[in-house]
Ligand binder design. Structure first.
Ligand SMILES: CC(C)(COP(=O)(O)OP(=O)(O)OC[C@H]1O[C@@H](n2cnc3c(N)ncnc32)[C@H](O)[C@@H]1OP(=O)(O)O)[C@@H](O)C(=O)NCCC(=O)NCCS
Length: 188
């Protein structure tokens, strides 16, 4: 059984710019058990090819449908973006000691550079705000260029550097959520 809290986030909707083929409508929405197979496929596509990460981490991130369903039922909130009814972007969030931790952000390679990750960060901030949390955090690999840009754009601050798994140094970033506009960073 899939047990989610009664709270539902507002949908973050928008348009993803495309260079030639007009614009696709998109929204960030909560995912459920019925989406597990599609998330599994997306994760394989993204993480088997995410060569900036050590192989061990890439394998660990390509989780299967059973693990996805277990996580959905044990405190992870799964969110995604569908384009033409296909899930092309995903992230999950869970509460840690004193903050929401965002993890596992994945955008299908064919849909990158169109603002899907930005839409998910905007959603993450709104989600934390609406559930009464004032701090969010993420672990970022320093050579993941797009993620580093997102840290700057959304005004995250580096807290520490540590080995997430042996041999893989990541930066832990935090953002305090103010009662201001959602994009708290440089707003470029
Ligand atoms: C990281 C990731 C989620 C970004 O997704 P995305 O939808 O392409 O990101 P966006 O389109 O929202 O772009 C965010 C910023 O990064 C930039 N960017 C995107 N891809 C880039 C690339 N390959 N090189 C340099 N900059 C890039 C964008 O231009 C944008 O910056 P801008 O607003 O200054 O122009 C995606 O590349 C991915 O799934 N990577 C593999 C998995 C991963 O590393 N996940 C992060 C886990 S923390």
């Amino acid at each position: 059984m899939n047990v989610y809290p009664s709270w539902r986030p507002k949908r973050v909707e928008g348009e993803v710019g495309r260079k030639r083929a007009g614009k696709d409508r998109f929204k960030v929405e909560r995912l459920s058990e019925k989406d597990a197979i599609e998330v599994e496929e997306l994760l394989k596509e993204v993480w088997f090819n995410a060569t900036e990460y050590p192989e061990k981490w890439r394998k660990a991130r390509a989780i299967g449908r059973n693990q996805i369903i277990i996580e959905m039922n044990t405190g992870f909130h799964y969110f995604g973006i569908r384009l033409n009814r296909k899930i092309v972007g995903f992230y999950k969030a869970r509460i840690t000691k004193n903050a929401y931790l965002g993890e596992h952000q994945s955008v299908h390679p064919a849909y990158r550079g169109r603002g899907l990750a930005k839409a998910m960060y905007t959603h993450f901030i709104q989600f934390a705000k609406e559930t009464g949390h004032r701090k969010i955090c993420v672990n970022i690999l320093p050579n993941q260029v797009a993620s580093m840009k997102l840290m700057e754009k959304f005004g995250f601050k580096k807290v520490k550097e540590y080995e997430q798994i042996p041999g893989m140094l990541v930066n832990l970033y935090e953002k305090k959520i103010e009662d201001e506009n959602t994009m708290g960073g440089t707003n470029k």
